[in-house]
Design a protein around this ligand. Structure first.
Ligand code: F6P
Length: 571
Protein backbone atom coordinates (compact mmCIF):
# COMPACT_ATOMS: atom_id res chain seq x y z
CA UNK A 1 0.00 0.00 0.00
CA UNK A 2 1.13 3.50 -0.83
CA UNK A 3 0.45 6.54 1.32
CA UNK A 4 -1.49 9.22 -0.54
CA UNK A 5 0.71 12.10 -1.65
CA UNK A 6 0.37 15.71 -0.60
CA UNK A 7 -2.36 15.36 1.98
CA UNK A 8 -2.51 18.13 4.59
CA UNK A 9 -1.14 17.56 8.05
CA UNK A 10 -4.21 18.33 10.14
CA UNK A 11 -5.55 16.55 13.15
CA UNK A 12 -9.26 16.08 13.59
CA UNK A 13 -10.50 15.53 17.10
CA UNK A 14 -13.06 12.83 17.74
CA UNK A 15 -13.18 11.76 14.11
CA UNK A 16 -14.29 8.17 13.58
CA UNK A 17 -11.58 5.63 12.86
CA UNK A 18 -10.51 5.33 9.25
CA UNK A 19 -11.52 2.16 7.42
CA UNK A 20 -7.85 1.15 7.21
CA UNK A 21 -7.77 0.66 10.97
CA UNK A 22 -10.51 -1.99 10.91
CA UNK A 23 -9.98 -5.74 11.10
CA UNK A 24 -11.79 -6.17 7.78
CA UNK A 25 -9.25 -3.96 6.00
CA UNK A 26 -6.27 -5.60 7.73
CA UNK A 27 -7.66 -9.00 6.84
CA UNK A 28 -7.78 -8.00 3.17
CA UNK A 29 -4.24 -6.62 3.35
CA UNK A 30 -3.05 -9.99 4.68
CA UNK A 31 -5.15 -11.88 2.15
CA UNK A 32 -3.42 -9.98 -0.65
CA UNK A 33 -0.29 -12.03 0.08
CA UNK A 34 -2.30 -15.17 -0.72
CA UNK A 35 -3.62 -13.66 -3.93
CA UNK A 36 -0.06 -12.75 -4.93
CA UNK A 37 0.69 -16.48 -5.03
CA UNK A 38 -2.05 -17.07 -7.62
CA UNK A 39 -2.18 -16.43 -11.35
CA UNK A 40 -5.28 -15.68 -13.41
CA UNK A 41 -4.06 -18.27 -15.92
CA UNK A 42 -4.93 -20.94 -13.32
CA UNK A 43 -7.83 -19.21 -11.61
CA UNK A 44 -9.73 -18.81 -14.87
CA UNK A 45 -9.74 -22.61 -15.40
CA UNK A 46 -11.72 -23.19 -12.20
CA UNK A 47 -15.31 -23.81 -13.32
CA UNK A 48 -16.84 -23.29 -9.87
CA UNK A 49 -14.99 -20.00 -9.39
CA UNK A 50 -16.03 -18.78 -12.86
CA UNK A 51 -19.66 -19.52 -12.09
CA UNK A 52 -19.44 -17.77 -8.73
CA UNK A 53 -17.77 -14.63 -10.01
CA UNK A 54 -20.61 -13.23 -12.09
CA UNK A 55 -23.36 -10.85 -11.17
CA UNK A 56 -26.42 -10.23 -13.30
CA UNK A 57 -29.36 -7.90 -13.08
CA UNK A 58 -32.14 -7.15 -15.56
CA UNK A 59 -30.11 -7.90 -18.67
CA UNK A 60 -26.81 -6.51 -17.38
CA UNK A 61 -24.35 -9.40 -17.16
CA UNK A 62 -21.05 -8.85 -15.44
CA UNK A 63 -18.28 -11.46 -15.38
CA UNK A 64 -15.45 -10.67 -12.97
CA UNK A 65 -13.67 -14.02 -13.09
CA UNK A 66 -10.67 -12.17 -14.54
CA UNK A 67 -10.23 -10.02 -11.46
CA UNK A 68 -7.43 -11.05 -9.13
CA UNK A 69 -9.88 -12.36 -6.55
CA UNK A 70 -11.20 -15.63 -5.21
CA UNK A 71 -14.56 -16.30 -3.60
CA UNK A 72 -12.76 -15.78 -0.28
CA UNK A 73 -11.62 -12.32 -1.41
CA UNK A 74 -15.19 -11.42 -2.27
CA UNK A 75 -16.43 -12.54 1.15
CA UNK A 76 -13.81 -10.32 2.73
CA UNK A 77 -14.73 -7.38 0.50
CA UNK A 78 -18.41 -7.71 1.42
CA UNK A 79 -17.32 -7.78 5.08
CA UNK A 80 -15.40 -4.58 4.44
CA UNK A 81 -18.60 -3.06 3.03
CA UNK A 82 -20.43 -3.96 6.25
CA UNK A 83 -17.60 -2.54 8.31
CA UNK A 84 -17.82 0.73 6.34
CA UNK A 85 -21.60 0.84 6.96
CA UNK A 86 -22.16 0.88 3.21
CA UNK A 87 -25.83 -0.02 3.62
CA UNK A 88 -26.38 2.84 6.05
CA UNK A 89 -24.63 5.29 3.73
CA UNK A 90 -26.68 4.21 0.72
CA UNK A 91 -29.85 4.58 2.78
CA UNK A 92 -28.73 8.02 3.95
CA UNK A 93 -28.21 9.07 0.33
CA UNK A 94 -31.63 7.86 -0.80
CA UNK A 95 -33.37 9.42 2.18
CA UNK A 96 -32.05 12.89 1.48
CA UNK A 97 -29.63 13.28 4.37
CA UNK A 98 -27.04 16.00 3.82
CA UNK A 99 -24.27 13.51 3.11
CA UNK A 100 -22.35 16.13 1.13
CA UNK A 101 -21.36 17.64 4.46
CA UNK A 102 -18.76 20.13 3.22
CA UNK A 103 -21.46 21.84 1.15
CA UNK A 104 -24.28 20.92 3.54
CA UNK A 105 -26.32 19.34 0.74
CA UNK A 106 -28.32 16.22 0.08
CA UNK A 107 -27.16 14.00 -2.79
CA UNK A 108 -30.25 13.04 -4.71
CA UNK A 109 -29.57 12.68 -8.40
CA UNK A 110 -31.62 9.50 -8.03
CA UNK A 111 -34.69 11.71 -7.48
CA UNK A 112 -34.26 13.18 -10.99
CA UNK A 113 -35.27 9.82 -12.45
CA UNK A 114 -37.74 8.65 -9.82
CA UNK A 115 -41.19 7.65 -11.05
CA UNK A 116 -43.97 10.17 -10.38
CA UNK A 117 -45.48 8.18 -7.51
CA UNK A 118 -42.28 7.90 -5.44
CA UNK A 119 -41.69 9.95 -2.32
CA UNK A 120 -38.18 11.25 -1.78
CA UNK A 121 -37.82 13.85 0.93
CA UNK A 122 -35.25 16.58 1.22
CA UNK A 123 -35.49 18.54 4.46
CA UNK A 124 -39.01 17.24 5.04
CA UNK A 125 -40.31 18.03 1.53
CA UNK A 126 -41.10 15.46 -1.15
CA UNK A 127 -39.08 16.65 -4.17
CA UNK A 128 -40.49 14.21 -6.73
CA UNK A 129 -43.43 16.50 -7.68
CA UNK A 130 -40.91 19.32 -8.35
CA UNK A 131 -38.87 16.98 -10.53
CA UNK A 132 -41.97 16.08 -12.54
CA UNK A 133 -43.10 19.71 -12.85
CA UNK A 134 -39.85 20.38 -14.68
CA UNK A 135 -40.06 17.17 -16.71
CA UNK A 136 -43.62 18.07 -17.76
CA UNK A 137 -42.40 21.52 -18.77
CA UNK A 138 -39.58 19.93 -20.79
CA UNK A 139 -42.04 17.60 -22.49
CA UNK A 140 -44.35 20.46 -23.37
CA UNK A 141 -41.60 22.78 -24.61
CA UNK A 142 -39.66 20.19 -26.58
CA UNK A 143 -42.80 18.89 -28.28
CA UNK A 144 -43.68 22.44 -29.32
CA UNK A 145 -40.22 23.02 -30.77
CA UNK A 146 -40.21 19.64 -32.51
CA UNK A 147 -43.68 19.98 -34.02
CA UNK A 148 -43.18 23.59 -35.09
CA UNK A 149 -45.57 25.24 -32.63
CA UNK A 150 -42.58 27.10 -31.18
CA UNK A 151 -40.91 28.91 -34.05
CA UNK A 152 -37.89 31.17 -34.32
CA UNK A 153 -38.08 34.97 -34.46
CA UNK A 154 -38.59 34.99 -38.23
CA UNK A 155 -41.16 32.19 -38.16
CA UNK A 156 -38.89 29.31 -39.11
CA UNK A 157 -38.79 25.94 -37.26
CA UNK A 158 -35.83 25.53 -34.89
CA UNK A 159 -34.16 22.37 -36.15
CA UNK A 160 -30.66 22.93 -34.74
CA UNK A 161 -29.79 23.06 -31.06
CA UNK A 162 -26.51 24.25 -29.56
CA UNK A 163 -26.10 23.29 -25.91
CA UNK A 164 -23.56 25.53 -24.17
CA UNK A 165 -22.10 24.14 -20.94
CA UNK A 166 -18.96 22.56 -19.53
CA UNK A 167 -17.99 19.72 -17.16
CA UNK A 168 -21.10 18.09 -15.74
CA UNK A 169 -23.23 20.45 -17.82
CA UNK A 170 -21.73 18.92 -20.97
CA UNK A 171 -20.09 15.52 -20.60
CA UNK A 172 -23.16 13.53 -19.53
CA UNK A 173 -25.40 14.89 -22.29
CA UNK A 174 -22.62 14.33 -24.84
CA UNK A 175 -22.20 10.72 -23.66
CA UNK A 176 -25.94 10.04 -24.02
CA UNK A 177 -26.19 11.81 -27.38
CA UNK A 178 -23.28 9.76 -28.70
CA UNK A 179 -24.91 6.56 -27.41
CA UNK A 180 -28.25 7.25 -29.12
CA UNK A 181 -27.26 8.80 -32.47
CA UNK A 182 -27.28 5.49 -34.29
CA UNK A 183 -29.86 3.68 -32.18
CA UNK A 184 -32.83 2.78 -34.43
CA UNK A 185 -35.90 4.23 -32.74
CA UNK A 186 -34.00 7.14 -31.14
CA UNK A 187 -32.36 8.09 -34.43
CA UNK A 188 -35.77 8.00 -36.11
CA UNK A 189 -37.00 10.63 -33.65
CA UNK A 190 -34.01 12.81 -34.46
CA UNK A 191 -34.59 12.85 -38.20
CA UNK A 192 -34.09 16.33 -39.65
CA UNK A 193 -32.64 17.68 -36.42
CA UNK A 194 -29.13 18.30 -35.12
CA UNK A 195 -27.67 18.72 -31.65
CA UNK A 196 -24.27 20.28 -31.07
CA UNK A 197 -22.32 21.13 -27.95
CA UNK A 198 -20.17 24.14 -27.15
CA UNK A 199 -18.05 23.53 -24.06
CA UNK A 200 -14.60 25.02 -24.39
CA UNK A 201 -14.07 28.74 -24.19
CA UNK A 202 -11.56 28.25 -27.00
CA UNK A 203 -12.69 30.33 -30.02
CA UNK A 204 -11.92 27.25 -32.08
CA UNK A 205 -14.74 25.39 -30.31
CA UNK A 206 -17.06 28.37 -30.82
CA UNK A 207 -16.29 28.41 -34.54
CA UNK A 208 -16.69 24.66 -34.92
CA UNK A 209 -19.96 24.45 -33.03
CA UNK A 210 -21.57 27.31 -34.97
CA UNK A 211 -20.08 26.43 -38.34
CA UNK A 212 -22.79 26.19 -41.00
CA UNK A 213 -25.62 26.98 -38.59
CA UNK A 214 -28.27 29.53 -39.42
CA UNK A 215 -29.33 31.67 -36.43
CA UNK A 216 -32.88 31.72 -37.81
CA UNK A 217 -33.25 27.97 -37.28
CA UNK A 218 -31.04 27.56 -34.18
CA UNK A 219 -32.11 27.23 -30.57
CA UNK A 220 -29.43 27.81 -27.93
CA UNK A 221 -29.63 26.08 -24.54
CA UNK A 222 -27.34 27.59 -21.91
CA UNK A 223 -26.66 24.91 -19.30
CA UNK A 224 -24.98 25.88 -16.06
CA UNK A 225 -25.82 24.81 -12.53
CA UNK A 226 -24.39 28.00 -11.05
CA UNK A 227 -24.79 30.28 -14.07
CA UNK A 228 -21.46 31.78 -13.07
CA UNK A 229 -18.97 29.45 -14.78
CA UNK A 230 -16.66 31.85 -16.63
CA UNK A 231 -16.26 29.77 -19.79
CA UNK A 232 -19.97 29.04 -20.18
CA UNK A 233 -21.03 32.61 -19.55
CA UNK A 234 -18.52 34.01 -22.05
CA UNK A 235 -19.64 31.46 -24.65
CA UNK A 236 -23.28 32.32 -23.90
CA UNK A 237 -22.58 36.03 -24.44
CA UNK A 238 -20.70 35.25 -27.66
CA UNK A 239 -23.55 33.17 -29.07
CA UNK A 240 -26.15 35.70 -27.91
CA UNK A 241 -24.19 38.29 -29.90
CA UNK A 242 -24.22 35.92 -32.90
CA UNK A 243 -28.03 35.79 -32.71
CA UNK A 244 -28.52 39.51 -32.12
CA UNK A 245 -26.15 40.47 -34.94
CA UNK A 246 -28.25 38.47 -37.35
CA UNK A 247 -31.80 38.73 -35.97
CA UNK A 248 -31.84 41.63 -33.49
CA UNK A 249 -32.18 41.84 -29.72
CA UNK A 250 -35.83 40.73 -29.70
CA UNK A 251 -34.88 37.34 -31.12
CA UNK A 252 -33.18 36.26 -27.87
CA UNK A 253 -36.43 35.24 -26.20
CA UNK A 254 -37.28 32.81 -28.99
CA UNK A 255 -33.76 31.50 -29.57
CA UNK A 256 -32.23 31.20 -26.09
CA UNK A 257 -33.36 29.08 -23.16
CA UNK A 258 -31.52 28.00 -20.02
CA UNK A 259 -31.06 25.19 -17.53
CA UNK A 260 -29.84 26.22 -14.10
CA UNK A 261 -30.35 26.15 -10.34
CA UNK A 262 -29.83 29.93 -10.36
CA UNK A 263 -32.94 31.31 -12.06
CA UNK A 264 -32.20 34.84 -10.81
CA UNK A 265 -28.97 35.00 -12.83
CA UNK A 266 -30.74 33.45 -15.83
CA UNK A 267 -33.16 36.40 -15.79
CA UNK A 268 -30.35 38.93 -15.37
CA UNK A 269 -28.63 37.42 -18.40
CA UNK A 270 -31.69 38.29 -20.46
CA UNK A 271 -33.32 34.88 -20.84
CA UNK A 272 -37.03 34.89 -20.08
CA UNK A 273 -37.50 32.99 -16.76
CA UNK A 274 -40.47 31.23 -18.41
CA UNK A 275 -37.91 29.68 -20.73
CA UNK A 276 -35.69 28.49 -17.89
CA UNK A 277 -35.69 24.89 -16.68
CA UNK A 278 -34.76 24.43 -13.05
CA UNK A 279 -32.83 21.88 -11.10
CA UNK A 280 -31.68 21.87 -7.50
CA UNK A 281 -28.57 22.11 -5.35
CA UNK A 282 -29.01 18.46 -4.32
CA UNK A 283 -28.06 17.42 -7.87
CA UNK A 284 -24.29 17.51 -8.32
CA UNK A 285 -23.09 18.85 -11.69
CA UNK A 286 -21.44 15.59 -12.72
CA UNK A 287 -24.55 13.68 -11.63
CA UNK A 288 -26.99 15.97 -13.44
CA UNK A 289 -27.54 14.34 -16.84
CA UNK A 290 -30.98 13.01 -15.81
CA UNK A 291 -32.12 16.49 -14.75
CA UNK A 292 -33.00 19.22 -17.24
CA UNK A 293 -29.24 19.43 -17.94
CA UNK A 294 -29.52 16.38 -20.18
CA UNK A 295 -33.26 15.98 -20.53
CA UNK A 296 -33.85 19.34 -22.26
CA UNK A 297 -31.28 19.16 -25.08
CA UNK A 298 -31.69 15.41 -25.53
CA UNK A 299 -35.50 15.59 -25.63
CA UNK A 300 -35.23 18.34 -28.23
CA UNK A 301 -33.15 15.95 -30.31
CA UNK A 302 -34.80 12.57 -29.69
CA UNK A 303 -38.22 13.36 -28.24
CA UNK A 304 -39.30 13.19 -24.61
CA UNK A 305 -40.64 9.64 -24.81
CA UNK A 306 -37.26 8.23 -25.79
CA UNK A 307 -35.58 10.15 -23.01
CA UNK A 308 -38.13 8.94 -20.48
CA UNK A 309 -36.86 5.42 -21.21
CA UNK A 310 -33.37 6.64 -20.36
CA UNK A 311 -34.67 7.81 -16.96
CA UNK A 312 -36.40 4.46 -16.45
CA UNK A 313 -33.16 2.58 -17.12
CA UNK A 314 -31.26 4.69 -14.60
CA UNK A 315 -34.00 4.32 -11.98
CA UNK A 316 -34.04 0.56 -12.52
CA UNK A 317 -30.41 0.44 -11.36
CA UNK A 318 -31.07 2.96 -8.58
CA UNK A 319 -33.62 0.62 -7.01
CA UNK A 320 -31.32 -2.35 -7.47
CA UNK A 321 -28.44 -0.46 -5.82
CA UNK A 322 -30.65 0.54 -2.89
CA UNK A 323 -32.21 -2.85 -2.26
CA UNK A 324 -30.20 -5.79 -3.63
CA UNK A 325 -27.99 -7.78 -1.23
CA UNK A 326 -24.39 -6.80 -1.80
CA UNK A 327 -23.46 -10.19 -3.30
CA UNK A 328 -26.07 -9.65 -6.04
CA UNK A 329 -25.60 -5.91 -6.37
CA UNK A 330 -23.86 -4.87 -9.60
CA UNK A 331 -22.62 -1.37 -8.63
CA UNK A 332 -21.62 -2.49 -5.13
CA UNK A 333 -19.66 -5.49 -6.44
CA UNK A 334 -17.92 -3.39 -9.11
CA UNK A 335 -17.16 -0.66 -6.57
CA UNK A 336 -15.62 -3.16 -4.13
CA UNK A 337 -13.47 -4.61 -6.91
CA UNK A 338 -12.18 -1.13 -7.69
CA UNK A 339 -11.36 -0.56 -4.01
CA UNK A 340 -9.47 -3.87 -4.04
CA UNK A 341 -7.54 -2.92 -7.17
CA UNK A 342 -6.65 0.59 -6.03
CA UNK A 343 -6.05 0.23 -2.31
CA UNK A 344 -4.73 -3.33 -2.05
CA UNK A 345 -3.26 -4.22 -5.45
CA UNK A 346 -1.85 -0.69 -5.96
CA UNK A 347 -3.33 -0.21 -9.43
CA UNK A 348 -3.42 3.52 -10.13
CA UNK A 349 -5.69 3.56 -13.17
CA UNK A 350 -8.75 2.00 -14.76
CA UNK A 351 -9.40 1.66 -18.47
CA UNK A 352 -12.99 1.88 -19.74
CA UNK A 353 -13.11 -0.01 -23.01
CA UNK A 354 -16.52 -0.25 -24.66
CA UNK A 355 -16.67 -2.44 -27.74
CA UNK A 356 -19.08 -0.11 -29.47
CA UNK A 357 -18.40 3.26 -31.04
CA UNK A 358 -21.71 4.44 -29.58
CA UNK A 359 -20.11 4.47 -26.11
CA UNK A 360 -17.17 6.58 -27.30
CA UNK A 361 -18.01 9.30 -24.77
CA UNK A 362 -18.57 6.99 -21.79
CA UNK A 363 -14.94 7.20 -20.64
CA UNK A 364 -14.74 11.02 -20.79
CA UNK A 365 -17.96 11.26 -18.81
CA UNK A 366 -16.91 8.71 -16.19
CA UNK A 367 -13.55 10.45 -16.00
CA UNK A 368 -15.34 13.44 -14.47
CA UNK A 369 -17.84 11.39 -12.45
CA UNK A 370 -15.10 9.26 -10.88
CA UNK A 371 -12.08 11.54 -10.72
CA UNK A 372 -13.94 14.64 -9.49
CA UNK A 373 -15.77 12.48 -6.96
CA UNK A 374 -13.05 10.28 -5.52
CA UNK A 375 -9.89 12.27 -6.26
CA UNK A 376 -9.61 13.28 -2.61
CA UNK A 377 -6.79 13.19 -0.07
CA UNK A 378 -8.79 13.49 3.15
CA UNK A 379 -11.68 11.66 4.75
CA UNK A 380 -15.14 13.21 5.05
CA UNK A 381 -14.05 14.39 8.51
CA UNK A 382 -10.91 16.00 7.14
CA UNK A 383 -8.39 13.36 8.23
CA UNK A 384 -5.49 12.70 5.84
CA UNK A 385 -6.05 9.34 4.18
CA UNK A 386 -3.18 6.88 4.59
CA UNK A 387 -4.28 4.86 1.54
CA UNK A 388 -4.72 5.63 -2.13
CA UNK A 389 -8.18 6.61 -3.32
CA UNK A 390 -9.62 7.30 -6.76
CA UNK A 391 -8.11 6.10 -9.95
CA UNK A 392 -7.04 7.59 -13.28
CA UNK A 393 -9.88 6.78 -15.63
CA UNK A 394 -9.36 6.76 -19.35
CA UNK A 395 -10.52 4.79 -22.34
CA UNK A 396 -11.47 4.50 -25.96
CA UNK A 397 -13.75 2.17 -27.81
CA UNK A 398 -12.30 -1.14 -28.94
CA UNK A 399 -10.92 -2.02 -31.32
CA UNK A 400 -9.47 1.48 -31.84
CA UNK A 401 -7.79 1.41 -28.44
CA UNK A 402 -6.10 -1.89 -29.28
CA UNK A 403 -4.14 -0.10 -31.99
CA UNK A 404 -3.21 2.68 -29.61
CA UNK A 405 -2.51 2.18 -25.89
CA UNK A 406 -3.22 -1.54 -25.29
CA UNK A 407 0.49 -2.33 -25.68
CA UNK A 408 1.12 -0.69 -22.30
CA UNK A 409 -1.77 -2.60 -20.73
CA UNK A 410 -0.50 -5.95 -22.05
CA UNK A 411 3.19 -5.62 -21.33
CA UNK A 412 3.69 -2.41 -19.35
CA UNK A 413 1.70 -1.17 -16.36
CA UNK A 414 -1.06 -3.20 -14.74
CA UNK A 415 -4.32 -1.39 -15.44
CA UNK A 416 -7.62 -3.06 -14.58
CA UNK A 417 -9.90 -2.87 -17.60
CA UNK A 418 -13.66 -2.68 -17.99
CA UNK A 419 -14.62 -4.38 -21.23
CA UNK A 420 -18.17 -3.51 -22.27
CA UNK A 421 -19.79 -5.56 -25.02
CA UNK A 422 -23.19 -5.28 -26.69
CA UNK A 423 -24.91 -8.49 -27.77
CA UNK A 424 -27.08 -7.00 -30.51
CA UNK A 425 -25.50 -4.06 -32.31
CA UNK A 426 -27.37 -0.85 -33.14
CA UNK A 427 -26.36 -1.42 -36.75
CA UNK A 428 -25.93 -4.52 -38.81
CA UNK A 429 -23.37 -4.76 -41.58
CA UNK A 430 -23.02 -8.10 -43.35
CA UNK A 431 -20.73 -8.35 -46.31
CA UNK A 432 -22.11 -10.77 -48.84
CA UNK A 433 -20.30 -14.07 -48.52
CA UNK A 434 -18.91 -13.32 -45.05
CA UNK A 435 -20.21 -15.38 -42.14
CA UNK A 436 -18.70 -13.22 -39.41
CA UNK A 437 -20.37 -9.80 -39.40
CA UNK A 438 -18.61 -6.55 -38.54
CA UNK A 439 -20.19 -6.75 -35.11
CA UNK A 440 -19.04 -10.37 -34.65
CA UNK A 441 -15.52 -9.27 -35.56
CA UNK A 442 -15.70 -6.49 -32.97
CA UNK A 443 -16.95 -8.91 -30.31
CA UNK A 444 -14.28 -11.50 -31.13
CA UNK A 445 -11.82 -8.88 -29.98
CA UNK A 446 -13.90 -8.14 -26.88
CA UNK A 447 -13.63 -11.80 -25.81
CA UNK A 448 -10.01 -12.23 -26.86
CA UNK A 449 -8.51 -9.18 -25.17
CA UNK A 450 -9.76 -10.13 -21.70
CA UNK A 451 -8.20 -13.60 -21.96
CA UNK A 452 -4.96 -12.28 -23.44
CA UNK A 453 -4.60 -10.00 -20.40
CA UNK A 454 -5.48 -12.71 -17.91
CA UNK A 455 -3.60 -15.68 -19.38
CA UNK A 456 -0.66 -14.08 -21.17
CA UNK A 457 1.90 -16.15 -23.02
CA UNK A 458 4.90 -17.95 -21.52
CA UNK A 459 8.43 -18.52 -22.78
CA UNK A 460 7.67 -22.26 -22.92
CA UNK A 461 4.77 -21.65 -25.30
CA UNK A 462 6.92 -19.36 -27.42
CA UNK A 463 9.70 -21.97 -27.65
CA UNK A 464 7.20 -24.58 -28.73
CA UNK A 465 6.29 -22.22 -31.57
CA UNK A 466 10.00 -21.99 -32.54
CA UNK A 467 10.27 -18.37 -31.47
CA UNK A 468 13.95 -17.28 -31.68
CA UNK A 469 15.54 -16.98 -28.22
CA UNK A 470 16.36 -13.31 -28.76
CA UNK A 471 12.68 -12.48 -29.18
CA UNK A 472 11.33 -14.51 -26.29
CA UNK A 473 11.57 -11.68 -23.70
CA UNK A 474 9.82 -9.32 -26.09
CA UNK A 475 7.05 -11.71 -27.01
CA UNK A 476 6.33 -12.96 -23.50
CA UNK A 477 3.11 -11.74 -21.92
CA UNK A 478 3.11 -12.01 -18.14
CA UNK A 479 -0.68 -12.17 -17.99
CA UNK A 480 -2.36 -11.95 -14.56
CA UNK A 481 -3.75 -8.55 -15.58
CA UNK A 482 -7.25 -7.95 -14.20
CA UNK A 483 -10.31 -7.03 -16.18
CA UNK A 484 -14.05 -7.37 -15.95
CA UNK A 485 -16.51 -7.91 -18.76
CA UNK A 486 -19.92 -6.28 -18.88
CA UNK A 487 -22.44 -7.41 -21.48
CA UNK A 488 -25.65 -5.59 -22.36
CA UNK A 489 -28.36 -7.07 -24.57
CA UNK A 490 -28.50 -3.91 -26.73
CA UNK A 491 -27.58 -0.25 -26.49
CA UNK A 492 -30.68 1.94 -26.40
CA UNK A 493 -32.05 4.73 -24.22
CA UNK A 494 -32.99 2.32 -21.42
CA UNK A 495 -29.67 0.48 -21.24
CA UNK A 496 -27.76 3.75 -21.57
CA UNK A 497 -29.57 4.83 -18.39
CA UNK A 498 -28.60 1.55 -16.74
CA UNK A 499 -24.92 1.87 -17.61
CA UNK A 500 -24.87 5.49 -16.41
CA UNK A 501 -26.35 4.57 -13.02
CA UNK A 502 -24.07 1.54 -12.61
CA UNK A 503 -21.00 3.75 -12.97
CA UNK A 504 -22.43 6.53 -10.77
CA UNK A 505 -23.22 4.11 -7.94
CA UNK A 506 -19.98 2.23 -8.34
CA UNK A 507 -18.16 5.53 -7.76
CA UNK A 508 -20.36 6.25 -4.73
CA UNK A 509 -19.64 2.77 -3.35
CA UNK A 510 -15.91 3.39 -3.61
CA UNK A 511 -16.21 6.76 -1.88
CA UNK A 512 -18.40 5.31 0.89
CA UNK A 513 -15.86 2.56 1.56
CA UNK A 514 -12.90 4.93 1.49
CA UNK A 515 -14.80 7.22 3.88
CA UNK A 516 -14.45 10.37 1.79
CA UNK A 517 -16.92 12.88 0.41
CA UNK A 518 -17.54 11.90 -3.23
CA UNK A 519 -19.88 14.82 -3.79
CA UNK A 520 -17.84 17.98 -3.38
CA UNK A 521 -15.07 19.26 -5.67
CA UNK A 522 -12.99 21.84 -3.82
CA UNK A 523 -9.97 20.80 -5.84
CA UNK A 524 -11.19 22.64 -8.93
CA UNK A 525 -11.50 25.99 -7.15
CA UNK A 526 -7.88 27.14 -6.84
CA UNK A 527 -7.26 27.11 -10.59
CA UNK A 528 -10.44 29.13 -11.15
CA UNK A 529 -9.34 31.77 -8.61
CA UNK A 530 -5.89 32.06 -10.17
CA UNK A 531 -7.41 32.35 -13.67
CA UNK A 532 -9.47 35.29 -12.50
CA UNK A 533 -6.37 36.96 -11.07
CA UNK A 534 -4.63 36.52 -14.44
CA UNK A 535 -7.73 37.84 -16.23
CA UNK A 536 -7.84 41.00 -14.08
CA UNK A 537 -4.14 41.67 -14.56
CA UNK A 538 -4.33 41.02 -18.31
CA UNK A 539 -7.21 43.46 -18.57
CA UNK A 540 -5.28 46.14 -16.73
CA UNK A 541 -2.07 45.66 -18.75
CA UNK A 542 -3.94 45.72 -22.05
CA UNK A 543 -5.84 48.86 -21.05
CA UNK A 544 -2.69 50.68 -19.98
CA UNK A 545 -0.50 49.16 -22.71
CA UNK A 546 1.99 48.06 -20.06
CA UNK A 547 4.20 45.02 -19.59
CA UNK A 548 3.97 42.71 -16.62
CA UNK A 549 6.54 43.31 -13.89
CA UNK A 550 7.67 41.50 -10.77
CA UNK A 551 5.30 43.77 -8.80
CA UNK A 552 2.21 42.14 -10.28
CA UNK A 553 2.33 39.24 -7.84
CA UNK A 554 3.18 36.41 -10.25
CA UNK A 555 6.30 34.28 -10.10
CA UNK A 556 9.10 34.98 -12.64
CA UNK A 557 8.10 32.03 -14.82
CA UNK A 558 4.46 33.13 -15.17
CA UNK A 559 5.47 36.79 -15.59
CA UNK A 560 7.76 35.87 -18.50
CA UNK A 561 5.13 33.71 -20.19
CA UNK A 562 2.44 36.35 -19.79
CA UNK A 563 4.69 38.99 -21.31
CA UNK A 564 5.46 36.71 -24.20
CA UNK A 565 1.73 36.16 -24.73
CA UNK A 566 0.83 39.87 -24.45
CA UNK A 567 3.62 40.87 -26.83
CA UNK A 568 2.56 38.21 -29.31
CA UNK A 569 -0.96 39.51 -29.25
CA UNK A 570 0.17 43.09 -29.82
CA UNK A 571 2.25 42.29 -32.92
O1 F6P B 1 -15.12 23.10 -12.52
C1 F6P B 1 -15.84 21.98 -12.20
C2 F6P B 1 -17.31 22.24 -12.18
O2 F6P B 1 -17.65 22.95 -11.02
C3 F6P B 1 -18.04 20.93 -12.28
O3 F6P B 1 -18.20 20.30 -11.08
C4 F6P B 1 -19.28 21.35 -12.97
O4 F6P B 1 -19.90 20.24 -13.55
C5 F6P B 1 -18.75 22.32 -13.98
O5 F6P B 1 -17.75 23.00 -13.29
C6 F6P B 1 -19.75 23.27 -14.57
O6 F6P B 1 -20.42 24.05 -13.61
P1 F6P B 1 -21.76 24.80 -13.94
O7 F6P B 1 -22.78 23.80 -14.35
O8 F6P B 1 -22.13 25.53 -12.69
O9 F6P B 1 -21.50 25.76 -15.08
Amino acid sequence: MVVAQGVPDVSVDDAPALISTTDAWKDLAAHKEEIDKTHLRDLIEDQKRCEALTVEYNGVYCDYARQRVTEETMTKLYELADEANLKGKINAMFSGEHINSTEDRAVLHVATRAPRNKVINVDGKNVVPDVWDVLDKIKDFTEKVRNGEWLGHTGKPLTSVVAIGIGGSFLGPLFVHTALRTCGEAAEGARGRQLRFLANVDPVDVARSLNGLDPETTLVVVVSKTFTTAETMLNARTVRQWIIASLGQEAVKKHMVAVSTNLKLVGEFGIDPDNAFAFWDWVGGRYSVCSAVGMLPLSLQYGFETMEKFLEGAWNIDEHFATAPFEENVPVTLGLLSVWNVSFLDCPARAILPYTQALAKLAPHIQQVAMESNGKGVSIDGQPLPYDTGEIDFGEPGTNGQHSFYQLIHQGRTIPCDFIGIIKSQQSVYLKGEIVSNHDELMCNFFAQADALAVGKTAVQLRSENCPDSLIPHKTFTGNRPSLSIMLPALNAYTTGQILAIYEHRVATQGFIWGLNSFDQWGVELGKVLASKVRATMNEKRTKGEKMSDKDGFNPSTTAMLNRYLEGKAQ
